[in-house]
Ligand binder design. Structure first.
Ligand SMILES: Nc1nc2c(ncn2[C@@H]2O[C@H](COP(=O)(O)OP(=O)(O)OP(=O)(O)O)[C@@H](O)[C@H]2O)c(=O)[nH]1
Ligand SMILES: [Mg+2]
Length: 465
């Protein structure tokens, strides 16, 4: 069963974070992790596959249950060092059907098939002699091995663990699968590359591919974000109306549809970004739906996203005159929406700050014999920044999230309210393209590419690569 890529069996005591390490190293969110000891009951392999090529494979295994009994069996006959692995093979052969050693058989099999050993301990619990039988058994297999100290909570027994592990393993590293960042992941791969000479080249190559792949994922995310912004800003919703004039109900209905559509494309875009990072199962915590968020922003500060003074005066003046004709003025005179209707639909707080002008609404002429009204493209100047900030923040959280950490992504972070995420220079260029997207003319590929490059540059600043 020889495979031409490196394979690593992650083994140890139950409930020490073996599956967490597999999940993080294989970038796989499907690895079962839980605080109940004995969660993993079977060996299962998780290949890290990029563009159809397997770079390396992690094998998750159940924890040792009867290490002492197994070691006693091994030691029952005296064998020379060169025959020890045969003795282990014999044990597996003879106990294949023995339920008492089910977990030991599962964890030994991949090792006997050539997998390197990653022995995991919890450095927040004291070292104890009971681990010696486990380490001794692993030594009997003769396979290359390293130990990882995982600090599950705050107490630190790392020093004593290092002393003990040093007797059994040439390589001992501290690695926390819940907090590991990109460079820690790479550093660990570099250690793994040393385990066996013929693995050095493929693991080093994996590191290169891995690094390129991460940049590609950043580029893919930037592309998705650009498409989201262009699609949202240029979107136009229309609704046919029954009479000459649109009723208040019809206007509200259309605006509701318009908002629903924008929420939907944001959600779809976020889902695709999550897929890009292999994090489809992660949930979000406390994300306000798109337009509610705008109210939140408007309450926080009038100068959010640094709208220029001139823009503030314009929107402020229009907002100040927020009654019937004032609103018509603000919307360019073609609106048939009354101030009160806008207020009712969108909610009050933003009014004075001019956050209420969401989109232009027009009554248009005959279309298949009936009149219809339209909303869009998006006229609110802050809207794209809110949309953009949410997408960038989400991407950043996904990119920095090890796959063992399954907690929800906090979308109500204060960070989302700050203005530091974008420089003045970047904003100038971005604003120009936002204007283009909402101008009503078709978005050209060249413009979308330019926007994508700007987004990519922002992401590259935020995400380690
Ligand atoms: N805070 C914290 N929790 C961790 C860490 N590593 C593992 N855990 C938690 O410890 C528990 C056990 O993790 P698993 O990865 O399932 O452990 P395992 O060794 O595979 O367990 P079995 O399959 O039952 O042998 C889970 O609740 C994890 O979330 C860590 O580095 N930090
Ligand atoms: Mg497990």
């Amino acid at each position: 069963m020889s495979k031409n890529y490196p394979r690593f069996a992650v083994v140890g005591h139950p409930n020490k974070g073996k599956s967490s390490i597999v999940s993080t190293l294989a970038h796989d969110e499907t690895v079962q992790i839980s605080d109940i000891p004995g969660t993993t009951t079977k060996q299962r392999s998780f290949p890290l596959q990029i563009d159809g090529e397997i770079l390396y494979e992690l094998i998750d295994t159940p924890g040792f249950q009867r290490a002492r009994a197994l070691l006693e069996w091994l030691e029952r006959e005296e064998v020379s060092a060169d025959r020890k692995v045969e003795r282990v093979q014999r044990f597996v052969y003879e106990h294949r059907e023995d339920p008492r050693f089910h977990d030991e058989i599962e964890l030994l099999e991949p090792i006997l098939h050539g997998a390197g050993i990653i022995y995991v301990v919890d450095g927040s619990k004291p070292y104890g002699a009971e681990y010696e039988a486990e380490m001794e058994i692993l030594r009997w297999t003769g396979q290359p091995s390293m130990a990882l100290i995982n600090l599950i909570d705050d107490t630190d027994y790392v020093a004593e663990w290092k002393r003990a592990l040093g007797h059994y393993f040439r390589l001992v590293r501290v690695f926390n699968p819940m907090e590991a960042n990109f460079s820690q992941h790479i550093a660990l791969l570099e250690s793994m590359a040393q385990l066996r000479e013929e693995w050095t080249a493929p693991v080093k190559r994996s590191i290169d591919i891995f690094t390129t792949y991460r940049k590609q994922k950043i580029a893919d995310s930037a592309q998705l974000i650009s498409e989201l912004l262009a699609a949202s800003l240029s979107y136009v919703e229309s609704l046919s109306i029954s009479g000459e004039e649109a009723s208040r109900k019809e206007k509200e209905k259309m605006l509701e549809r318009y908002k629903m559509h924008l929420r939907k494309i944001e959600e779809q875009s976020h889902r695709k970004i999550a897929e890009t990072w292999n994090h489809s199962k992660l949930e979000k915590e406390a994300q306000l739906p798109l337009f509610q968020e705008m109210d939140l922003f408007s309450r926080e500060s009038a100068s959010l996203f640094g709208l220029g003074k001139k823009e503030m005066i314009v929107t402020g003046a229009a907002g100040g005159a927020l009654t019937g004709s004032g609103v018509d003025l603000m919307l360019g005179g073609t609106s048939m929406m009354l101030g009160s209707a806008i207020g009712a639909v969108i909610g009050g707080a933003g009014a004075l700050l001019g956050f209420n002008e969401i989109a232009e609404m027009k009554v248009l002429g005959q279309k298949l014999g009936s009149r219809y009204i339209e909303a869009g493209p998006m006229q609110n100047r802050n809207f794209p920044y809110i949309l953009l900030r949410r997408a960038l923040y989400y991407t950043q959280e996904l990119a920095n999230r090890p796959h063992a950490d399954r907690s929800k992504i906090q979308m109500d972070s204060q960070e989302l309210l700050g203005t530091e995420w974008i420089s003045t220079g970047q904003k100038k260029e971005i604003e120009k393209l936002h204007q283009l997207f909402r101008s009503g003319s078709a978005v050209k590929e060249k413009q979308l590419d330019a926007y994508c490059r700007l987004i990519q540059a922002i992401l590259l600043e935020k995400i380690e690569h």
